[in-house]
Design a protein around this ligand. Sequence first.
Ligand SMILES: *[C@@H]1O[C@H](CO)[C@@H](O)[C@H](O)[C@H]1NC(C)=O
Ligand SMILES: *[C@@H]1O[C@H](CO)[C@@H](O)[C@H](O)[C@H]1NC(C)=O
Ligand SMILES: *[C@@H]1O[C@H](CO)[C@@H](O)[C@H](O)[C@H]1NC(C)=O
Ligand SMILES: [Ca+2]
Length: 280
Amino acid sequence: MHRKRPTFLTDMGLLMFLAVTASLLGYCQTDEKVSFYGASYIHLPVQEAKGATDISFRFRTHLADAMLLLAAGKTDYCLIKLEAGRLKVHINLGAGENEMASARGLTLNDLSWHEVNLTRREANISLQIDVIHTTRSQLPGRFFELNIHYGVFIGGQGDFNELFLGHTDYLRGCMADIIYNGAKVIEYARSRKGQSEATAVTWGCSPEFDATKSTEVSFVEDGAFVAIPRPIPRSGSRYIPKVPLSAVMYTPPFIIVAPNGTVENVIKPSRTQPYQPHHR
Ligand SMILES: *[C@@H]1O[C@H](CO)[C@@H](O)[C@H](O)[C@H]1NC(C)=O
Ligand SMILES: *[C@@H]1O[C@H](CO)[C@@H](O)[C@H](O)[C@H]1NC(C)=O
Ligand SMILES: *[C@@H]1O[C@H](CO)[C@@H](O)[C@H](O)[C@H]1NC(C)=O
Ligand SMILES: [Ca+2]
């Protein structure tokens, strides 16, 4: 088949035009954000073996313990998570785990945006937080490839449940500008590029994370509820907890607050769905 093309665009010119357009688009999309609700995750099915690792992203959350990013292989992995409000990197190139942590006293679960840059050149690894806090380390072993078979998970482990990583809570909060070895993860997931999947996320940073004590809540369907972590149970009394909704999460025990403000009971569910007041 022969298609007509404007004569001023040669094939070469067309390619260059496309390249320039693509890089301009890439340049404009440096503010991609995604919201996670406590059971959400993104999966990018990456398979690679590289001597260098470059990971950068921004995040904001109230959770002290939450998974941010996992690149998973059969023995190798790189896990970035919050543990008691500190950022921890657990990395294993095959010769054993190395752990790096953000400085003590740097509280990262304060709902402010924090920026993480992890750079590795063979054994040399450096973790930079909010541009100014840098930690360096030297990884053990003689082989420096990070062998990834199961891909990259953001915000939660999804259906990847290798026991060696233990249990990590899902993220509740926002992430932005996630770049994994040059791949713009949010853009990939958003356009379902390269068989990436995005489960129970929303694009942009949801205003519910900025809810305050006086923010009104919609109970959008029958059985909708708010769960408040670690309450002081006062059975029989009317107790309307005053916590910001951004702190609401799914750590048992829960109390259930009915739409009329009545405390119903205390439950210990085995598996729960995230609370999403603005989304069905
Ligand atoms: C790692 O760091 C050491 C010591 O600073 C340096 O000699 C070496 O060249 C570095 N390796 C790479 C691959 O950058
Ligand atoms: C962090 O990584 C991003 C993306 O690679 C880069 O644009 C930025 O300059 C890095 N920040 C620092 C302080 O190195
Ligand atoms: C509040 O709602 C709960 C659950 O729907 C119900 O059992 C309870 O009777 C209600 N209380 C009042 C005072 O309306
Ligand atoms: Ca390896």
